[in-house]
Design a protein around this ligand. Structure first.
Ligand code: NDP
Length: 330
């Protein structure tokens, strides 16, 4: 099977040099195991963290070992009653065309309910991140104003739709006019292109005349500084990601926002979606229901070909994706 290894650790923005393709033997599956053919590979910003040696909430990838990430695969040989041939599963697996794994290590998905790739996006990890971060931490109420940064990405576009379901006014920031137009189509009240808007604070003030009650932060940096200036009393912030800083080689020095949080009695909470593992079934059930009712849309940018996985990953840092970035492996 083809496999993709971490060739070296990136300094700053990762490049294609950090990935190496190799051909490896697939072992024969034994009792309790299945042979999986990869259908879709998920590329996610958090994987940038695992490419570095720094200690975090998940262990770093090893140099010379396969990259591991979210994969949707089909069972092509089974030695487990749990997963018959033809089952579609999702799991955290090496970036390989074929994998042998214990049946217990992956989860079967209801492939009749949605396109298989959605279990890497709307009905998978990013959807659950949006669901728990927004509904548990921000708790938006009808009539409140919600801002989400990275709004046209996998997590952000779901956050906005969930906030609309809960009756909030929703404002998103994103990196192109096409993304801004897409967000408005999706039902966002306002969207701001942070790359072409000279004064983000001013644009936010115009879009949120009643101030900001909830902020779902995917991005950090200058956008977040501008949001902090306009928080209402008892605002809530879900600190989900800080993608604008992931490739930084030095800590950015910006305005110190802590005083603003104090003056507005804002509650800020960082979280990792796996904090909610015990409530995962509840989240999947609710997202699937809203999707079936047409209240939630999935959007994805699909790149084709196993050899394109590194490029699709690198594209995350250039804003190449709208919605969930996935790679279809033929
Ligand atoms: P996205 O689909 O949003 O892809 C990344 C997007 O980030 C790009 O499309 C780009 O859009 C934007 N971006 C890239 N570089 C910058 C930059 N320098 N400044 C501002 N925006 C930038 O990814 P996800 O939805 O999967 O993830 C979104 C965030 O959520 C990430 O920070 C991720 O780490 C975090 N996350 C956290 C989880 C948790 O458990 N806490 C779980 C999953 C994700 P644009 O065109 O708008 O620039």
């Amino acid at each position: 099977t083809q496999t993709i290894l971490l060739a070296s650790r990136p300094q700053g923005t990762p490049t294609a040099e950090q990935f190496r393709f190799e051909t490896r033997e697939v072992p024969a599956p034994t009792a309790g195991q299945v042979l999986l053919k990869t259908r879709y590979v998920s590329v996610d910003p958090y994987m940038r963290g695992r490419m570095s040696a720094a200690k975090s909430y998940v262990a770093p990838f090893e140099v010379g070992a396969p990259i591991v990430g979210g994969i949707v695969a089909e069972v092509v040989e089974s030695h487990s009653d749990k997963l018959p041939v033809g089952s579609v599963v999702v799991g955290s697996l090496p970036w390989q065309e074929y994998n042998v794994t214990d049946a217990q290590a992956v989860n079967q998905v209801p492939a009749d309910k949605a396109p298989a790739s959605y279990f890497l996006g709307l009905l998978g990890m990013p959807g659950l991140t949006a669901y728990f971060g927004l509904l548990d931490i921000c708790q938006p109420k009808a009539g409140e104003t919600v801002v989400v940064s990275g709004a046209a990405g996998a997590v952000g576009m779901i956050v906005g739709q969930l906030a609309k379901i809960h009756g909030a006014r929703v404002i998103g920031t994103a990196g192109s006019d096409e993304k801004v137009a897409y967000l408005k189509e999706l039902g966002f009240d306002e969207a701001i292109n942070y790359k072409t808007t000279p004064d983000i604070a001013k644009a936010l003030a115009a879009a949120a005349p009643n101030g900001i009650d909830c902020y779902f932060d995917n991005v950090g940096g200058a956008i977040t500084d501008a949001v902090y200036d306009q928080l209402n009393k008892h605002a809530r912030i879900a600190l989900c990601g800080q993608i604008s800083t992931y490739n930084a080689t030095e800590a950015p020095v910006g305005p110190r926002p802590e005083g603003k949080l104090l003056k507005t009695s804002t509650k800020l909470q960082g979280f990792i979606v796996s904090d909610y593992l015990d409530r995962w079934p509840e989240g999947v059930k609710q997202l699937t229901e809203w999707y079936a009712q047409g209240k939630l849309k999935g959007e994805e940018t699909v790149t084709e070909g196993f050899d394109q996985i590194p490029a699709a990953f690198l594209g995350l840092f250039k804003g190449e994706n709208t919605g969930k970035a996935v790679v279809k492996v033929a």
